[in-house]
Ligand binder design. Structure first.
Ligand SMILES: *Cc1c(COP(=O)(O)O)cnc(C)c1O
Length: 434
């Protein structure tokens, strides 16, 4: 074991975990797919639920010992139905990818066609074609066609897309993605979906928290038959997934989830999701509103500072996400690495025109920034000015180590989880049980 005794490896693991926690305390995290949970969510994750199995539907389990687990899961379903105004919810998918696979199983057969965003336009690998090894193509056998994308509006080009639907006759029209600056046109496709006999799906992995907070769009009111999500991006819950649908599809969705794609469904995550959903029902509107305000404020400041923030003429963003073209700053990879040295975490991201201009995912032309986590720590528009300043100092060539020291100082004032019932300080506390 690399020269370590088992005991040393054991201790080393905890040492690394503690170091990670200490680093997070000193860091500005702008990874758009991440967030930080309340201590209440973390308490639920640490319970005995993590040791148990509960295959099947609450009340019809194929395991004994589920009387409390059943009540927690039924409560989770109730909370999710209310929050998303959904007719049916299944909280068993263990992640967003697994929820998408259940959606594909529910609505399509292998060999069917699906339309969705291309990856450089914001699509996720779980929507990917077979040749990319994506879940839709390589695992479920779908023929994937991409939505025509309007690079000026940073959105699906409706007229061309409707023509493409008529031509390809897909079985599933999938909306949503990993880069969504603006709501997707969904209701515009209701008619053509009926015409060709297609279902409408919506992958809300990134924007579920904004939808729950009523600050984005409401796909289930706009014609989506099925909506999937991760529960840990803008929705500040545990790492898990959910799938929601019209009541007519309830049975099919449940069967696709179990026995289709889960056996164990990570019961501690379900319990933790209850907590996060309750927090969202109470604080979600305020939280989501502040996220969008912060994203616009940060975009504006970076733009004023000379960065090429995408969507300047569109108000930059209506979500938690900002996209910046950084080709002349050395590309996405170089800037991501420099910012990390300054304790600012962002991720490199493909831009819709990158492939055409000869760039690829290893060193794409953009960076993606999200403000969910910093919003959760109580930062507002004013702090976005400070965050932009730190980023701009790194971009302008200042030594990242010097910026890191100022970032650390700034972060000391933001170490409490907001929009939660218990707002204990020490958001990144290392919880020691031994
Ligand atoms: C993150 C993401 C997923 C995958 O979610 P996991 O919970 O990580 O499995 C699926 N779809 C989209 C659009 C995403 O951004």
């Amino acid at each position: 074991m690399r020269g370590r005794t088992p005991r040393e490896a054991f201790e080393r693991t905890f040492e690394l975990l503690r170091q990670h926690h200490e680093w997070m305390e000193r860091t500005i995290n702008l990874i758009a797919s991440e967030n930080v949970t309340s201590l209440a969510v973390r308490e639920a994750l640490l319970t005995d639920f993590q040791h148990r199995y509960a295959e099947g539907w609450p009340g019809e389990r194929v395991y004994a010992g589920c009387k409390y687990i059943d009540q927690v899961e039924l409560l989770c379903i109730e909370l999710a139905k209310e929050l998303f105004r959904a007719e049916h919810v299944n909280v068993q998918p263990v992640s967003g990818v697994v929820a998408n696979l259940a959606m594909y199983t529910t609505l399509t057969e292998p060999g069917d066609r699906m339309m969705c965003l291309a990856i450089p336009a914001g699509g996720h690998i779980s929507m990917g074609k077979k040749k990319l090894g994506g879940t839709a193509g390589a695992v479920h056998g779908l023929e994937v066609e991409n939505w025509p994308f309007d690079e000026k509006k940073m959105n699906i080009e409706v007229d061309a897309a409707i023509r493409k639907v008529r031509e390809f006759k897909p079985k599933l029209l999938l909306f949503g993605g990993s880069v969504m600056l603006f709501p997707h046109p969904v209701k515009e496709f209701q008619e053509v979906a009926q015409e060709v006999g297609a279902y409408i799906g919506y992958d809300a992995a990134h924007v579920a928290g904004l939808i729950a907070g009523k600050q984005f769009q409401e796909p289930l009111r706009e014609g989506a038959d099925v909506m999937t999500c991760s529960t840990h991006k803008t929705l500040p819950g545990p790492q898990h997934g959910m799938i929601m649908c019209r009541k007519e599809l309830a049975e099919a969705v449940n069967r696709a989830v179990f026995p289709g794609v889960v056996s164990n469904h990570h019961l501690h995550c379900v319990a933790a999701l209850n907590v996060a959903l309750a927090e969202m029902l109470e604080f979600g509107r305020e939280y989501a509103r502040q996220i969008v305000r912060n994203a616009r404020a940060l975009a504006e400041e970076l733009y004023e500072g000379g960065l090429r923030v995408i969507g300047a003429d569109l108000g930059f963003t209506s979500s938690h996400t900002i996209l910046v073209e950084v080709v002349k700053e050395g590309g996405g990879r170089e800037l991501e690495e420099k910012l990390e040295k300054a304790n600012i975490l962002v991720n490199r991201n493909l831009l819709p025109w990158d492939i055409r201009e000869g760039r690829h995912y290893q060193n794409p032309g953009g960076i993606r920034l999200g403000v969910s986590e910093v919003t959760r720590l109580g930062m507002k528009e004013e702090e976005m000015g400070r965050v932009a300043e730190f980023i701009l100092r790194v971009v302008r060539g200042e030594n990242p180590g010097r910026v890191a020291a100022d970032v650390e100082e700034f972060r000391r004032g933001f170490n409490r989880i907001h929009y939660a019932f218990d707002s204990a300080a020490e958001a990144y506390r290392y919880i020691k049980l031994r």
